[in-house]
Design a protein around this ligand. Structure first.
Ligand SMILES: Nc1ncnc2c1ncn2[C@@H]1O[C@H](COP(=O)(O)OP(=O)(O)O)[C@@H](O)[C@H]1O
Ligand SMILES: [Mg+2]
Length: 238
């Protein structure tokens, strides 16, 4: 099916942020321009049409460099149609249903993206897909960079490790596999920058303390507060 036909099909979909579209045995994901009516969101998140256009531009630029990001099949001002890249790894990681090989592949695929001089911006597990063979990164937002420095790549790696530490309680071993995978392919300079950046985040851990206390008291299983200290401790253990 050609791009215009696909865009027409996308336009006929009921409103929603991201919808799966199946046509002639092919599966796609359609991302629509966000329609946040509330002024507050408009102020904090900016112009949604611009945000979509920006993402399309970034995805195409990343693809030109051969980066493992979602493939743009078609796009206009209102719709972005992407190839289907499988299932997000988050749930499987949370349930402990992922092999060490896959965990390492997540790390090494981020290193591959970095090797092309790019930074993703926010590589969290819900935006990392697996199709049985390949790992693909979705959702390029503010923070994605075409001329990334070690510092930006370190930020990506910390966010990825943090996302793992938040998703499951058996996270240390899982996160270690992801780190090993990254270090197999990535540069030592980025790893050193990651250690430095993580050391500098002591203030964040301090800020999270009341939250940690509260979550421990409530016996919360997955805590974004506790994960901060856990992430820093894990990185420091190398
Ligand atoms: N190309 C794709 N392949 C597979 N899943 C996708 C794809 N695009 C989006 N998704 C699913 O939809 C979710 C939301 O998409 P995302 O691009 O992250 O939108 P948002 O900006 O609203 O977060 C993803 O976390 C993923 O589960
Ligand atoms: Mg997302």
């Amino acid at each position: 099916m050609n791009e215009n036909d696909l865009l027409q099909q996308a336009a006929a979909l009921p409103p929603g942020r991201v919808t799966r579209l199946e046509i002639a045995d092919q599966s796609y994901f359609v991302k629509m321009v966000e329609t946040h009516q509330r002024l507050r969101l408009h102020v904090t998140k900016g112009d949604p049409a611009k945000a979509l256009a920006r993402e399309v531009g970034l995805l195409r630029a990343f693809a030109e460099r051969g980066a493992p990001v979602a493939r743009v099949v078609a796009a206009n001002e209102r719709h972005l149609i992407l190839a289907d890249h499988g299932t997000p790894v988050e749930k499987a990681v949370r349930k402990g249903e992922v092999s060490d090989a896959l965990l390492r592949q997540i790390g090494s695929t981020l290193a591959d993206l970095h090797a092309r001089g790019l930074a993703h911006g926010r590589p969290v597990l819900r935006d990392i897909c697996h199709d049985g063979t390949r790992i693909t990164f979705l959702d390029l937002e503010a923070g994605a960079k075409l001329n990334a420095r070690d510092h930006d790549m370190a930020r990506d790696l910390i966010i990825l490790i943090y996302s793992v530490m938040m998703s499951t309680s058996a996270n240390r071993d899982i996160a270690r596999q992801v780190i090993e995978g990254y270090r197999d392919v990535g540069t030592e300079a980025v790893w050193q920058a990651t250690c430095r950046r993580s050391r500098k985040l002591w203030w964040l851990e301090l800020l999270a303390r009341p939250g940690v206390w509260l979550h421990r008291r409530r016996g919360k299983k997955r805590s974004e507060m506790i994960a901060i200290g856990a992430t820093r401790a894990l990185i420091a253990s190398y």
